[in-house]
Design a binder for this molecule. Structure first.
Ligand code: AMP
Ligand code: GLY
Length: 419
């Protein structure tokens, strides 16, 4: 088979790396990919959002399977375009991807079908939202409806903060159309966990749970990022909880999507919080997580291509998917200044100096003579072990061998096994 992976992050490098392990795969492409995917696949110089060019490449190269990493092309309807052109593609349609692309859609779905989530009100009028916020108890959460690259959610501990978030989204339009509607909802407290599942629209096969770290500095200080590291599995989320989340969240969501005539196929990602009252949904995503994928796929024993074909063909129910019990930890190395402004183009050295069992997944890297930095998050360094602490000590004894100017990373990933 010829397989193409769309995207250029460490998530996509991990997907390419895992797909390459399938004996079915003879040729592998990444669009646009990075220096890491260039080592194991052929990079195509096409942006992940240029759907027409991607479809043309899939036709010209006779790609048998396309796998979509990021949310933007899914929300823009890449799966619909490929399906119309009889090209095989893994991911939800545009209508189904609304579960991530519109928080109003997913809130309505959850409320209609009794999927446990925060009580929330939806607004398309700024003045009505403002009045509501003025009387809502604190803290509260203000969420922009649309895709906002992680900037659409404000957990407000003061009324001024909530009003500011509302004004930014609805009045100043700092998030563009994503802020045309907002949700104001109750604020939960508890530990967060990402539980992803493969689904063919009928069967749901949960993956191993994982946690990510969103803040840039140790002890969860500093601004939010795209993710500074992660681990799988979290000790606080055991098999009984996975089973409960499948029964109360993932299966009802997949059934609801079918009932609503937006059948869901692909990876369904539930962002969950373990509250004092039980498991609650914070959000759904329509794709693999980043950095969760980097610590989950190394644990997958079953051929990922077989799983993806079963999902597309509606035969997931016949598959037995196996995972390794060995935990996995991943630490992100980032550019100086990230998540604010940063420079790129610094040479990365020492990639060949890490121990053989260390996995280095590239994100913002490019080949310019050698491997150079080309983004905010540069690498995810991953190790597995018999325990979380074994995996994390492997990483921290290797990571300083990799060097680039201004590099920073968190020292406390999986240290307390909570976040
Ligand atoms: P979301 O994009 O909806 O997952 O929100 C991003 C982050 O905001 C989550 O990972 C949580 O840390 C936080 N969050 C979202 N909704 C809530 C809520 N109802 N209560 C507390 N925290 C929340
Ligand atoms: N790790 C959060 C996400 O992928 O959305």
């Amino acid at each position: 088979m010829k397989v193409m992976v769309i995207g250029n992050g460490a998530r996509e490098h991990t997907l390419v790396w895992k797909i390459k392990q399938s004996p079915k795969v003879k040729e592998l492409f990444a669009a646009p990919g990075n220096a890491g995917t260039a080592g194991i696949a052929q990079n195509l110089d096409i942006p992940a959002t240029d759907i027409e060019a991607l479809a043309r490449a899939a036709e010209d190269l006779k790609i048998d399977l396309t796998v979509v990493g990021p949310e933007a092309p899914l929300a823009a309807g890449i799966v619909d375009v490929f399906q119309k052109r009889k090209l095989r593609i893994f991911g939800p349609t545009r209508a189904a991807a609304q579960i991530e692309a519109s928080k109003v859609f997913s809130k309505n779905l959850m409320q209609k079908y009794g999927i446990p989530c925060a009580r929330g009100e939806i607004f398309s009028s700024y003045s009505e939202a403002r009045d509501y916020v003025k009387s809502h108890e604190l803290p509260m959460v203000v969420k922009a409806d649309g895709l906002a690259a992680g900037k659409g959610v404000t957990v407000a501990s003061s009324r001024d903060q909530a009003l500011q978030a509302l004004s930014d989204a609805m009045e100043k339009k700092t998030l563009g159309d994503a802020g045309n509607k907002v949700i104001v909802e109750e604020c939960f407290t508890g530990k967060e966990v990402s539980l992803l599942a493969f689904t063919d629209g009928k069967s749901v096969s949960p993956m191993v749970p994982a946690c990510d770290y969103k803040r840039v500095f140790d002890n969860d200080e500093g601004p939010n990022t795209g993710g500074m590291g992660g681990y799988s599995p979290p000790g606080f989320f055991d098999q009984a909880m996975v089973d409960e989340a499948v029964r109360t969240v993932l299966e009802p969501a997949v059934r609801a999507m079918a009932t609503e005539k937006t059948p869901y196929r692909g990876v369904l990602y539930a962002g969950l919080m373990l509250t004092a009252d039980g498991i609650r949904v914070l959000e759904f995503n329509a794709r693999f997580g980043d950095p969760e994928t980097q610590v989950m796929l190394p644990r997958l024993k079953t051929d990922l291509v077989d799983i993806m074909l079963a999902v597309i063909d509606g035969k997931l129910g016949k598959m037995n998917i196996e995972w390794s019990p060995d935990p996995c930890v991943g630490v992100v190395m980032a550019s100086a200044g990230y998540p604010g402004k940063y420079q790129v183009g610094f040479p990365i050295t020492g990639l060949d100096k890490v121990d053989k069992d260390i996995m280095v997944f590239h994100a913002g890297t490019a080949l310019k003579g050698g491997v150079v930095t080309n983004g905010g998050r540069v690498l995810t360094v991953v190790a597995n072990g018999k325990t979380i602490s074994e995996a994390r000590s492997k990483i921290y004894s290797n990571i300083s061998r990799i060097k680039f100017e201004g590099c920073h990373y968190r020292k406390d990933i999986a240290a307390r096994e909570v976040n």
